[in-house]
Ligand binder design. Structure first.
Ligand code: DGP
Length: 113
């Protein structure tokens, strides 16, 4: 998608601090980190959000979580624990309409509510 900021990051048209890339996903540090480790794991193909996922995307979404788990170990946050979030829609605060998994860790986090 030509006007999608994450598609531009994936293409290399906008600079980002990448921590992982394979044929399915790209992971880079969030520009506004909410924790000492805050990484976004993003499918290389454009998908607006969870609402527009197709059945064929199920392995891809599973892969996002596998990469998150691997990055948590790499970042040294796996032992103490970490949070994985996918915001969907307005009330959740989704601001970028390209589905992405937030990996947050490195400090105790407040309970959600
Ligand atoms: P969400 O609110 O779930 O849609 O999260 C979008 C996140 O994307 C937000 O935490 C900030 C981050 N973000 C937005 N623009 C950029 C950018 O240009 N570069 C990077 N690295 N992160 C961005």
């Amino acid at each position: 998608m030509s006007d999608c900021i994450f598609c531009k990051i994936i293409k290399g048209d906008i600079p980002s601090t990448n921590v992982f890339r394979d044929e399915q996903v790209t992971a880079f540090r969030d520009i506004h980190p909410a924790a000492p480790t805050h990484i976004l794991i993003v499918p290389n193909k454009h998908i607006d959000g969870v609402d527009t996922l197709a059945g064929e995307d199920e392995p891809l979404i599973g892969h996002l979580f596998s990469v998150a788990k691997q990055l948590a170990v790499q970042e040294g946050i796996a032992e103490k624990g970490y949070r994985l979030i996918i915001n969907t829609g307005e009330h959740a605060g989704q601001t970028v309409n390209h589905v992405h998994l937030h990996l947050l860790g490195g400090k105790p986090m407040q309970l959600m509510g």
